[in-house]
Design a protein around this ligand. Structure first.
Ligand code: HEC
Ligand code: HEC
Ligand code: HEC
Ligand code: HEC
Ligand code: HEC
Ligand code: HEC
Ligand code: HEC
Length: 267
């Protein structure tokens, strides 16, 4: 119900939003994120009451929130932009919810179920999630919070993720096959899945950050033997191999995440 009311409003306000967004961008573009704050969220009849009003019943969250990136943003910008920072920037105006004594699905939005609130500010993420290959967030098959903890200090920690290396933790909970331990591990994975994969979406079917040998050569490049010659690893000469295709196709390092059988990860 509330979501629908909001999407209608979002649509109706589209042109106004685009114009406003340009203005806000011009004022705040020095930040780390495109701060194209659009229309504040609405819940019919409700008004913005500020974080203090939530603390009464949600102290556990208001306490951790200060250390999160959105909490920092709230401290810097909060007073100037009522409803566009703080708890209500994601949950919508909270007056009616608070008056009613709170409750699940009670006069409050939950962007864990509908990412609309997040996407109003993160327009770049929205664009990435519409690329030909992507995590099906807009399709409702997974949500931002499966990879981002919205309230805590570490936004890049999956909500309730497994106790693995932090960088791969979020991905591993769904992609066990690639993240499991291997006899011959590929040390690249220690830097995290995102050295090779786009998190949100990509034009490449495997969401790769680069589609050719450069994906591998950015770590495996060596002083070259001469113009057009490629040397990789202890074996050296690779010039003819890279002409055959990518390093992971062409019958070569097909077990790119690690292998239990072959130290060079051929299979
Ligand atoms: C009078 C107490 C009270 C106040 C004030 C209050 N809440 Fe709640 N809220 C609750 C209760 C109780 C629940 C249900 C929790 C549960 O079932 O675990 C809840 C649930 C929620 C949920 C989950 C909704 C869902 O559908 O899953 C959100 C989000 C939420 N509150 C946000 C807020 C925000 C933001 C504020 C401040 C503007 C706020 N609350 C103020 C008591 C309150
Ligand atoms: C960046 C957006 C964002 C901000 C800011 C934010 N929240 Fe949330 N909140 C979420 C999302 C997303 C979920 C759903 C989490 C999930 O499903 O695991 C959520 C869930 C909740 C819940 C339900 C928790 C539960 O057990 O299901 C409550 C209560 C809540 N938020 C309160 C708050 C309060 C209070 C603040 C301010 C201190 C706040 N939120 C700030 C995005 C946000
Ligand atoms: C009202 C606008 C707004 C909303 C709504 C919003 N964000 Fe943000 N978000 C920001 C801003 C501004 C920053 C940059 C904070 C800073 O570092 O100063 C940010 C930072 C982030 C970052 C970290 C970026 C980085 O490089 O450190 C992530 C991840 C993120 N948001 C995810 C979310 C998710 C998930 C939601 C919805 C649950 C959400 N945001 C809702 C404005 C918003
Ligand atoms: C499949 C996991 C996953 C999902 C789902 C996901 N993200 Fe992310 N997101 C990431 C990872 C991982 C990064 C860090 C990317 C990097 O460091 O290269 C990231 C980065 C970000 C950033 C920082 C800017 C950037 O692109 O590096 C923002 C903002 C963000 N996400 C917002 C969101 C929002 C909003 C949603 C939901 C609409 C969402 N994300 C859904 C994994 C995810
Ligand atoms: C909550 C579960 C979940 C999490 C967490 C998750 N993914 Fe996914 N991932 C999916 C789903 C669902 C698809 C789409 C599969 C499909 O369309 O068949 C997908 C697709 C992919 C694909 C495209 C290849 C394929 O099999 O279609 C890659 C690559 C990928 N994810 C990597 C990652 C990385 C890297 C992370 C961590 C940043 C991550 N995933 C986190 C669920 C998840
Ligand atoms: C060194 C680069 C690299 C790293 C790091 C990496 N991947 Fe991949 N990944 C690839 C390549 C290359 C492919 C495409 C393989 C193909 O098309 O045969 C791929 C394919 C995938 C696929 C599609 C299914 C498959 O196995 O072909 C998933 C899912 C995936 N990776 C998840 C992950 C996860 C999760 C992590 C972190 C634990 C990760 N990857 C780390 C390079 C990498
Ligand atoms: C983030 C950096 C990084 C990326 C990207 C990367 N690797 Fe690696 N790779 C390493 C490290 C570190 C090692 C272990 C040290 C070594 O042997 O060079 C390694 C080892 C290997 C080995 C075993 C070498 C041996 O002699 O035992 C192979 C094969 C390999 N990588 C193939 C690839 C392929 C194929 C790609 C591209 C899909 C790739 N790597 C991308 C960092 C990376």
């Amino acid at each position: 119900m509330l979501h629908h009311a909001r999407s209608r409003q979002a649509l109706a306000g589209w042109f106004a939003v685009s114009l406003l967004a340009v203005g806000v961008w011009a004022l705040t573009s020095c930040g780390t994120v495109a701060r194209t704050v659009s229309v504040p969220l609405t819940i019919p009849g409700a008004s913005y009451v500020g974080n203090q009003a939530c603390a009464e019943c949600h102290r556990n969250l208001t306490q951790v929130f200060g250390a999160s990136p959105h909490g920092r943003y709230h401290r810097e910008e909060g007073l100037r932009m009522a409803g566009q920072t703080g708890c209500e920037s994601c949950h919508g105006p909270g007056s009616l919810h608070a008056q009613a004594g709170g409750g699940r699905e009670r006069l409050i939005l939950n962007p864990g179920k509908d990412a609309g609130a997040c996407l109003e500010c993160h327009v770049e993420t929205h664009a990435e999630l519409r690329l030909p290959h992507r995590h099906p967030v807009l399709e409702g098959k997974l949500s931002c919070v499966e990879c981002h903890d919205p309230h805590g200090q570490d936004l890049f920690k999956a909500h309730g993720g497994l106790a693995m290396a932090r960088v791969n933790e979020g991905c591993a909970s769904c992609h066990r096959e690639q993240a499991r331990p291997f006899v011959f591990e590929h040390e690249a994975l220690r830097e995290g899945c995102t050295v090779c994969h786009q998190a949100h979406g990509s034009v490449h079917p495997a969401l790769l950050v680069q589609r050719d040998v450069n994906l591998c050569l950015k770590c495996h490049a060596q002083p070259q033997a001469g113009v057009g010659l490629v040397n990789v690893g202890k074996m050296g000469f690779h010039t003819d191999f890279v002409r055959l295709g990518t390093c992971w196709t062409a019958g070569c390092h097909t077990a790119v995440h690690g292998s239990n059988l072959h130290p060079k990860m051929l299979y």
